[in-house]
Design a protein around this ligand. Structure first.
Ligand code: ZN
Length: 441
């Protein structure tokens, strides 16, 4: 089954109008979680699906479910989202929904003989931009969204209020009630999400398709150094006299950069097993409030206090932990040599997903070969709804088989008005997804 760029363009001609805003980078989209513009985009998909003869319903927390007509005892699903960050693009999430709708429409209209039903789940609120938690709709559908999340506010409106305003029922979340029954869960053969890569690996490798092997989790820490504020002119150089927090921090970061390279060399088959980032240095509003001595630093002083954020991302929780331990030992060792007191505080920890189904990956690879599409294996650096589905158990104790397909996006840019994938690239992804969803048994 070949989905054309024209079919994709047709859906986009309408979606390009919903939640559009102007940004410094040009036309962007603000369709926040449980906002009216997200609802409008969902209503458009529902209307087009219904017109195509597909069956639609909404669950109690506002997720849209689109299915091929007929009764089936087994289902293969795809899922994605229509919400965006503030001033984001129209491809992160949207490409997956459009691909799913295009292929279900085609299957429905061609009266394909199906051995299993095909289903598209349009999850609400994947982005954490509004309420600080990702995959609201997906967690809620499985009865696993923390009830306390309902009290989180965005622009003075709580999540509970936002859900009610968009015809959802927050009681389900309050009571931890799933909208997907055990029977429905057990009947899912596989769930596959299509998404833009949000990185530039596919573009650099000129690959049409990315077969995702896992989803990176993260460990985030604050690393704070205390030294001594001394006169910059009168204090001799060297660690005998100086306890220079900024200088020690700089050495730590250089050595951590070497450590990650050394560490990744041990896992050549995984490409970049670990990625680490120092996102904030001495300039974070909350840290500055908690540690006002940061303001005692000055141009003519040896620095007496410094900090940076240290983020580690990896698909494998145990390996992320191992790296975190080695990094901390290194940080402590260098701090001692600079006569600094160091404090490491964990900000957050989310477990990576290494459980993307290997058999599904093999099916994807063989479908790529059949369709003569080039492909690469890669890990996802970003969180996706499929990571929620991946953790769900069936009655027999097995997990729902999950997979993820990436399509290239220009220069790896996402969460920005400059985000872009062509209709051709989305159509190539949709055609592959169709093939994979139909041939799974
Ligand atoms: Zn997304």
């Amino acid at each position: 089954m070949m989905i054309s760029a024209a079919e994709i363009a047709d859906y986009y001609s309408q979606l390009d109008q919903i939640g559009a805003v102007s940004t410094a980078q040009g036309k962007g989209f603000s369709r926040l979680a449980y906002s009216a513009s997200e609802s409008a985009a969902i209503a458009f998909i529902e209307q087009r699906a219904t017109a195509a003869g597909l069956c639609c319903h909404r669950d109690a927390v506002g997720n849209l479910i689109v299915e091929t007509a007929g009764s089936f005892s087994r289902w293969v699903e795809t899922g994605s989202h229509l919400d965006s960050v503030v001033g984001g693009g129209n491809y992160d999430g949207v490409a997956g929904v459009v691909a799913g709708l295009a292929l279900l429409t085609r299957v429905q209209q061609q009266h394909e003989k199906l051995t299993h039903g095909l289903r598209l789940r349009v999850w609400r609120g994947e982005e954490s931009a509004a309420f600080g938690t990702a995959s609201l709709g997906a967690w809620a559908a499985f009865g696993q969204l923390k009830p306390s999340t309902l009290e989180r506010c965005y622009q003075g409106v709580s999540l509970a209020q936002a859900i009610s305003a968009e015809q959802g029922n927050p009681q389900y979340i309050r009571q931890g009630r799933a909208t997907i029954s055990h029977d429905e869960r057990d009947a899912i053969i596989a769930h596959i999400e299509l998404h833009i890569e949000q990185g530039s690996v596919l573009e650099e490798q000129s690959s049409d398709i990315g077969i995702v092997t896992g989803i990176r989790g993260s460990i985030r820490n604050w690393v704070r150094f205390s030294g001594a504020f001394d006169h910059s002119g009168a204090t001799p150089m060297g660690t005998t006299h100086r306890k220079d927090a900024n200088l020690g921090m700089a050495y730590v970061m250089v050595e951590l950069d070497k450590l990650v390279a050394h560490f990744n060399n041990q896992y050549p088959e995984h490409g970049q097993m670990i990625v680490q980032t120092f996102g904030m240095i001495n300039d974070h509003a909350d840290q500055n409030q908690r540690y006002p001595m940061i303001y005692a630093n000055g141009v003519s002083k040896v620095s007496g206090f410094s900090y940076f954020s240290h983020e580690i991302r990896c698909c494998f929780s145990d390996i992320a932990q191992l790296f975190n331990d080695q990094a901390q030992q290194l940080i402590e060792k260098i701090s001692r040599s600079f006569k600094l007191h160091v404090e490491i505080e964990q900000i957050s920890l989310s477990h990576g997903v290494q459980g993307l189904d290997e058999q599904l990956q093999a099916v994807m690879a063989s479908c790529c070969r059949r369709q003569k599409r080039s492909f690469s294996y890669l890990a996802s650096g970003a969180w996706h709804d499929v990571a929620v589905v991946c953790q769900q158990q069936k009655s027999d104790g097995s997990r729902i088989a999950t997979g993820m397909i990436f399509i290239p996006c220009r220069a790896g840019i996402s969460h920005s008005a400059a985000e872009y994938s062509s209709y051709e690239q989305i159509a190539v992804g949709a055609s592959l997804l169709a093939d994979v969803m139909l041939c799974i048994r």
